[in-house]
Design a protein around this ligand. Structure first.
Ligand code: ASP
Length: 345
């Protein structure tokens, strides 16, 4: 059901969905929004207003960065009262990072912000982009009988699932079914019908005001452990000038080597105010630092639990919290609290 004031702002950032094959070189190149609309004449069949905003030039999502996220937040916040929902067309490669960042930057959101893209360009006959775009628009305008949007959060729609943005990871570079939310149920399944998983959808309530945030601090590193990792590698990362936080990708339920030098280096970094967050390398499951001695020792070294966070979410949440200039203790505390449904504690 869509009420009379239904309207969607379609924001085109770039990515495969908006690409076309250069006939001479065979390489994929960006094309503009008018051409996109020409390839999807079905857009005209929606009986409500669809506004458009285009990044110029369009970006391959590998070039996405906090400036682009700020621009998205600005566009959404400037148009917040004019549209009932937002659909962002985005490259798939870093879509999960953008969705995670937006979930923190758009505090108090009570309208749908849906990111989607495609594996095959829209100009290709078998494209998955058309279906992804049309369904995203439908979901962005779906309302309860009282007029409230059904999915008022930042989400990713791909293939046939709507997923919470900050729970999602790109896990397939080939299949149309490219994204998964391993640690949180899907928000909707799409087949003949769109089945919403209402109890899992996060609502802020209609009286919440949007509070856009623009400050992000990128002095963050991701450190992925592997058997045999050398002390000088760990030491160099932790000695990075200006470094304020590390996402430590550990094994299993949050385990790491018990080597004396390793724990000492982590402890020293923590004592110097570097926030170290423990996130598992496993796709699914959660960090439980008290479960094994190996995790427990990390806790003793000042490392904090990242629970079932994706790396994408942990990185962007740290940028967001550090952007507030909170002291390390406050950042550590907030990493253990869900701000936008990103972890299960
Ligand atoms: N390289 C593209 C991007 O992320 C891939 C895609 O859109 O699927 O922008």
């Amino acid at each position: 059901m869509t009420p009379d004031n239904t309207s969607v702002l379609l924001i085109y950032t770039g990515g495969t969905i908006g690409m076309i094959e250069n006939v001479e070189t065979g390489a994929l190149e960006n094309f503009n929004f008018e051409q996109l609309q020409k390839h999807i004449p079905e857009l005209q069949r929606f009986m409500f207003r669809i506004g458009t905003y285009q990044f110029d030039p369009p970006m391959d999502s590998s070039d996405m960065d906090p400036d682009a996220w700020r621009k998205l937040v600005r566009v959404i916040s400037d148009n917040y009262d004019r549209y009932s929902g937002f659909v962002i067309l985005h490259g798939t490669d870093t879509m999960a990072y953008t969705a995670s960042a937006l979930s923190f930057m758009l505090e108090g959101l009570n309208k749908p912000v849906i990111l989607t893209g495609s594996q095959l360009p829209i100009g290709v006959l078998r494209t998955d982009g058309k279906e992804n775009l049309l369904t995203s628009i439908e979901i962005a305008t779906a309302c309860h009988p009282d007029g409230q949007p059904i999915v008022p959060e930042v989400s990713i729609f791909f293939e046939n699932h709507l997923m919470r943005g900050n729970r999602t990871t790109k896990m397939n570079a080939e299949n149309f079914n490219a994204f998964r939310s391993f640690n949180y149920p899907v928000l909707a399944s799409v087949g003949i019908h769109i089945k919403y998983n209402n109890v899992q959808i996060r609502t802020n309530g209609r009286h919440h005001e949007l509070k856009p945030h623009y400050l992000l601090d990128t002095n963050v590193a991701v450190l992925k452990l592997f058997p045999g990792i050398q002390e000088n590698v760990i030491a160099s990362v932790l000695a990075t000038e200006g470094l304020r936080a590390v996402v430590l990708e550990t094994y299993g339920s949050g385990n790491a080597p018990r080597k004396e030098w390793f724990l000492r280096r982590l402890r020293n970094a923590s004592e110097q105010g570097i926030v170290i967050v423990n996130v598992t390398q496993c796709s699914a499951g959660t960090v439980e630092m008290e479960r094994y001695e190996t995790g427990y020792q990390l806790m003793q070294a000042g490392v904090v639990c990242g629970y079932d966070s994706t790396t994408e979410s942990a990185v962007t949440k740290l940028m967001f919290l550090l952007g507030h200039d909170y002291p390390p203790a406050k950042v550590r505390e907030l990493m253990g609290r869900p701000l936008a449904g990103e972890i299960t504690v």
